[in-house]
Design a protein. Structure first.
Length: 357
């Protein structure tokens, strides 16, 4: 057996041992499966996961995601096996189905759609994302999307030029020309932001309901699923304290402060902090009023605490990236701030990968 196959076999065994233990399979069944996998790797250089392995592997990968505060729900992940999708039509259908089914009219379902390892790459960072146009007078839309927007335009897509143009999905099969598909607007759930006490209509702020990360690879037992878009629901601060607030994103804090008549001439008036808090209230209030799943950072931290308790009971270690786990507002009000986490990378997991464009 060559070195690559030996490494793959080792990774496969280590995954199978843990997964079959967690799934309460007998030692005989594990042994049998290991034989089968060894056989496949020797003959073909790869092996194929059963649906159960794929499903549990994707869940374990979520459980091992050090940056994620939402891991309490790892075992509720809906896993859609689309390894059989080989044509442009099948892939396009599967992507649109993911958006529709995960959105679920606002009762968001954590979902992953897994395509066959290798042949498919999705260019977008998230399936739903606003375009960003770099103009002389500044940027319109989401500055984070400038590169992918250029790619879409180059491939013939035409945006309206508003701050909230939903980008098309761009994906590539093998080395073929990329396919560009427009998402039917009726399946893109969005929330217009308003505040329970303050009139923020002049901000014209909105955000989409479901964050579906589509540029990371899922690694299970040595197999790389490079196209495996997945989603949870939002924690409010992701939108209110980062996407809408960062100076390098929608940069709405100064406008919010103006609406609130705050004294922006003095840092010590805490105008940034006050504007930030009210913007975040608007996010939580609007999503809740529209019956779109969302969690505030205090509740999310409590849920993470429960996750830590559950994992200890299952005799597993919780790894974490403290710099990501603490929320961007009032971090020290959560227990996470006050303890250390080991940022060890455990497999299965989700990884960044090189951009295909
Ligand atoms: N932070 C990213 C965004 O604001 C989304 C990352 C995934 N978030 C989640 N709640 N599952 O779009």
């Amino acid at each position: 057996m060559n070195v690559n196959n030996a490494t793959l076999l080792e990774e496969a065994y280590s995954f199978l041992e843990q997964a079959y233990y967690e799934l309460n399979h007998t030692p005989e069944r594990l042994k049998e499966r290991k034989h089968e996998v060894k056989d496949q790797i020797e003959k073909t250089g790869v092996y194929e996961h059963t649906f159960e392995e794929l499903q549990h592997g994707a869940k374990m990968a979520w459980r091992n995601s050090n940056k994620c505060i939402g891991r309490l729900f790892w075992n509720t992940l809906t896993v859609i096996d689309k390894r059989s999708a080989t044509t442009v039509e099948e892939v396009a259908d599967a992507l649109l189905h993911h958006i529709h089914s995960a959105t679920n009219n606002g009762r968001i379902r954590p979902t992953i759609t897994i395509f066959q390892p290798g042949r498919i790459r999705i260019w977008n960072h998230q399936l739903i994302r606003y375009a960003g146009y770099e103009l002389e007078k500044g940027t319109i839309g989401d500055p984070d999307s400038i590169e992918i927007t250029k790619q879409a335009l180059k491939l013939g897509w035409r945006g309206k030029g508003t701050p909230h143009d939903v980008l098309p999905i761009i994906f590539q099969l093998d080395d073929n020309e990329p396919t560009v598909i427009t998402i039917p607007p009726e399946i893109v759930l969005q929330v217009e932001l308003r505040h329970p006490e303050i009139d923020i209509s002049s901000l014209q702020a909105r955000w989409y309901a479901v964050p579906i990360i589509s540029d990371m690879k899922l690694e299970i037992g040595g197999i790389d699923y490079v196209a495996a878009p997945f989603n949870g629901w939002y924690m409010g601060t992701e939108i209110g304290a980062r996407n809408l607030a960062d100076e390098t994103r929608y940069n709405l804090i100064p406008e919010m402060a103006e609406i609130m008549n705050l004294d922006t001439s003095s840092n010590a008036s805490l105008w940034k902090d006050r504007a930030l808090v009210e913007l975040n209230r608007a996010v939580l209030y609007s999503f809740q009023e529209d019956n779109v799943s969302i969690v505030d950072h205090h509740t999310a931290a409590r849920q993470f605490h429960k996750f830590e308790t559950n994992e200890a009971r299952a005799e597993r270690k919780v790894t974490g990236n403290w710099t990501w786990l603490i929320p961007p507002i009032s971090p020290a009000t959560t227990h996470i701030f006050h303890k250390p986490y080991k940022n060890t990378i455990v497999s299965p997991n989700y990884f960044y990968q090189e951009k295909p464009y």
